[in-house]
Design a protein. Structure first.
Length: 358
């Protein structure tokens, strides 16, 4: 595959790439660079964590990138996920991996690595301390955003360590590319800043889009990345997220309630599902309508859909039901896997029995 084709695949993943020049040099000099993404196992997995992550990783793999998925169980423990119960967090991690397998992630080309397996290594902690020594507490607390917190909150001492450890992960895993969500930007920038001082190369940061929740965006004076974070899907608001084992009736119910302003594309979560999920997995998008409402519509591209919606040719309700139908086609195999596979079913039952916490 030529460099331009590889670059195009990574651009499809990265809403922001820091920097594209660095990425080009990396792809020109390394046929199989290493990318990593880390995740805290916490509760049921929603479509942004499951299907969207699968789409993004498979594109990176197609571009020749070797991918390491970092199961950040210790990080979830430090951030008080699952009530701070590490055993429960590990179970959720296994469940996440099972979801990705059912989603179509090319698991044979992905290394699943557990943070807890690395925590007894002296060199890891030496790296964490080097990062801590070269930064102020104020600088580190500005990275609280990566934990779903903010720097004005009262953070535990463990949560102060968290950004230093996540920064260390990049170097410990020998990652050439940090491929995480836009909400993880601050720690990736920290790694780029401090890398040369610690004799590590700067990682290329490829930040993927964060799928919006299905509710109306909150009224806020925030802008840029902070606003995107405020609008992102959250499992703490289950009616605004589609989960990877939601039944069809639940999917339709959530989309019926979804915010979808007529003729508006920007900050429209239903259109986001069309762009980032449906047109990534289907060659065409068919909206079925009764003849009295104009009959069925078929869209070959997202741009065609946008043009039709802005003109008022497609009503928000019909759009929502069309998206719900296509999402069901993607969720149904995952749901079936967890119904018929004994190991998967046991994992899901355990996870659903856990009381989740922030």
């Amino acid at each position: 595959m030529d460099i331009e084709t590889k670059l195009d695949l990574v651009r499809q993943v990265g809403e922001e790439i820091i920097t594209e020049d660095d990425l080009r040099i990396l792809l020109e000099t390394n046929d199989n660079p290493i990318a990593y993404d880390g995740f805290e196992p916490s509760g049921n997995i929603h479509i942004a964590q499951g299907l969207l992550r699968t789409i993004n990783i498979n594109k990176m793999l197609k571009a020749g990138v070797r991918f390491k998925l970092w199961v950040a169980d210790w990080f979830g423990w430090m951030n008080n996920k699952m009530g701070g119960d590490l055993d429960k967090i590990k179970t959720v991690g296994e469940y996440f991996i099972e979801v990705w397998r059912a989603c179509g992630l090319d698991v044979d080309k992905v290394d699943f690595l557990w943070a807890s397996d690395e925590m007894d290594k002296k060199e890891y902690w030496k790296l964490v301390i080097q990062i801590a020594r070269n930064n102020t507490v104020k600088r580190i607390t500005r990275c609280a955003q990566i934990m779903g917190r903010n720097e004005t909150e009262s953070l535990s001492a463990a949560q102060i360590f968290y950004p230093c450890m996540q920064c260390a992960d990049i170097f410990h895993l020998k990652a050439d590319i940090a491929q995480l969500g836009m909400d993880q930007r601050k720690v990736n920038m920290l790694a780029r800043e401090i890398g040369p001082a610690l004799k590590f190369k700067k990682p290329v940061a490829v930040h993927h889009h964060m799928l919006m929740g299905l509710t109306q965006p909150p009224a806020t004076e925030l802008s840029g990345i902070d606003k995107k974070i405020a609008m992102k899907m959250s499992k703490s608001k289950p009616d605004t997220a589609i989960f990877m084992t939601d039944p069809y009736d639940e999917i339709k119910r959530k989309f019926k309630k979804a915010y979808c302003p007529e003729k508006i594309i920007e900050e429209n979560p239903v259109m986001e599902y069309a762009k980032y999920i449906v047109f990534e997995r289907f060659d065409t998008f068919k909206v079925e309508r009764p003849e009295k409402y104009g009959g069925d519509l078929l869209f070959n591209t997202y741009d065609e859909l946008c043009q039709s919606f802005v003109k008022g040719e497609l009503h928000p309700f019909d759009l929502k039901m069309g998206i719900a139908d296509h999402i069901e086609k993607l969720i149904e195999p995952v749901r079936k896997h967890f119904e018929t596979n004994t190991k998967a079913r046991a994992l899901l039952e355990k996870v659903e029995s856990f009381k989740t916490t922030r």
